[in-house]
Design a protein around this ligand. Structure first.
Ligand SMILES: Nc1ncnc2c1ncn2[C@@H]1O[C@H](COP(=O)(O)OP(=O)(O)OP(=O)(O)O)[C@@H](O)[C@H]1O
Ligand SMILES: Cc1ncc(C[n+]2csc(CCOP(=O)(O)O)c2C)c(N)n1
Ligand SMILES: [Mg+2]
Ligand SMILES: [Mg+2]
Ligand SMILES: [Mg+2]
Length: 305
């Protein structure tokens, strides 16, 4: 079963009104914003990644969802396995540093053991506060699509973490993403819709459009690429398609009415219109959509369904 099929079935279960129909980055309970994300060894990080960086990424991917709702972090709950002493100690040191860097605190959690040889699985639940938590579903026809920062670094960053290419900048983008908390708080006041980019710019823009009941056009030539990315991959059409489908960006993707300038540094990458589906253009030319728009989990790996 695919992730999308699984979520569609979950939507038929009794849903809390704060669940936002399971189509958002986070749930809301009054001003509280609640989100949870898991990192799995060999799916989300490498066994060779430093344990302190895994702690950083665990917090960062969760706080990124709070950022997308314009929230100030209140604290985190952590569900963690004990593994090897050295790894666990380095993880705890990295965790202390990440909590301090992100200005947040522990609320609680749970600690378990793993069967021998099992991959590590680490879960964080982050809680924040936001007076106005923008939804993925709020875009209006005519709104423009914007993104913070640059897109695509974590794709070749994984190759760098594997030692296949030499780029400390790209490797760090993969291991130590920076949640856009300050930008999210400023944007939360003005955007019509917002999400973070975890699975890929195309798939996350398509989800925003679908949740909003709209069509979206993405302008490939406008997608911002980093110097480190272009040094390794170039900036041609293939490089751009790779960047917008790689995922692990943790930048903010948001909608604003035409003519409204974002209050933070961001790049205009597309627009919403009445209708449905995604159109991809490159300098005015319409392109066929790539076979995959981004990352989707699948239960097919060796397990019959
Ligand atoms: N197993 C599950 N049980 C209940 N709700 C789920 C489950 N998996 C996902 N959801 C819900 O589905 C929606 C989309 O989740 P998703 O994980 O795609 O968002 P995200 O965390 O922003 O993205 P990513 O996981 O790629 O960072 C959210 O409302 C989330 O709470
Ligand atoms: C070892 C390794 N292989 C591949 C990837 C790429 N990747 C895995 S999950 C995901 C989407 C975000 O996760 P989720 O949707 O679960 O929040 C992406 C882009 C990686 N990070 N590490
Ligand atoms: Mg998200
Ligand atoms: Mg998630
Ligand atoms: Mg995902």
């Amino acid at each position: 079963m695919t992730e999308a099929e699984f979520l569609a079935t979950l939507r038929a279960l009794p849903l809390h009104p704060g669940a936002r129909d399971l189509r958002d980055d986070a749930a809301t309970l009054g001003e509280l914003v609640l989100t949870t994300d898991t990192l799995v060894e060999d799916v989300h990080f490498l066994p060779t990644d430093p344990a302190g960086d895994v702690a950083w990424k665990l917090l960062a991917v969760n706080l990124s969802d709070l950022a997308a709702k314009g929230a100030v972090p209140e604290g985190v709950l952590l569900n963690l396995p004990l593994s090897e002493d050295g790894w666990d100690r380095a993880f705890l040191a990295g965790l202390a540093a990440a909590l301090a860097a992100f200005g947040t605190r522990l609320i609680g959690g749970d600690t378990v053991s793993l069967p021998g040889g099992a991959p590590r699985v680490l879960t964080c639940t982050a809680i924040g506060r936001s007076a106005r938590a923008p939804a993925r579903s709020g875009a209006r026809p005519g709104d423009q699509l914007w993104v913070t920062g640059t897109i695509g670094d974590a794709g070749p960053g994984l190759a760098a973490a594997r030692g296949e290419i030499d780029s400390p900048d790209l490797r760090d983008a993969y291991r130590r993403p920076r949640p856009r908390l300050a930008e999210g708080r400023a944007l939360g006041q003005v955007v019509t819709a917002m999400a973070d980019v975890s699975d890929g710019l195309l798939i996350d823009a398509a989800r925003m459009a679908a949740a909003s009941g709209l069509a979206v056009t993405v302008r490939l030539e406008a997608v911002p690429l980093s110097g480190a990315y272009m040094a390794v991959k170039g900036a041609d059409r293939a490089a751009r398609l790779s960047a917008v489908t790689a995922g692990d960006d943790y930048e903010l993707l948001f909608a604003l009415p035409a003519g409204v300038a974002p209050p933070v540094a961001a790049t205009w990458v597309g627009a919403f219109a009445a209708g449905e589906g995604m159109t991809l253009t490159d300098a005015g030319e319409s392109l066929p959509l790539p076979g995959r728009l981004g990352w989707e989990h699948d239960g097919g790996a060796g397990v019959a369904d």
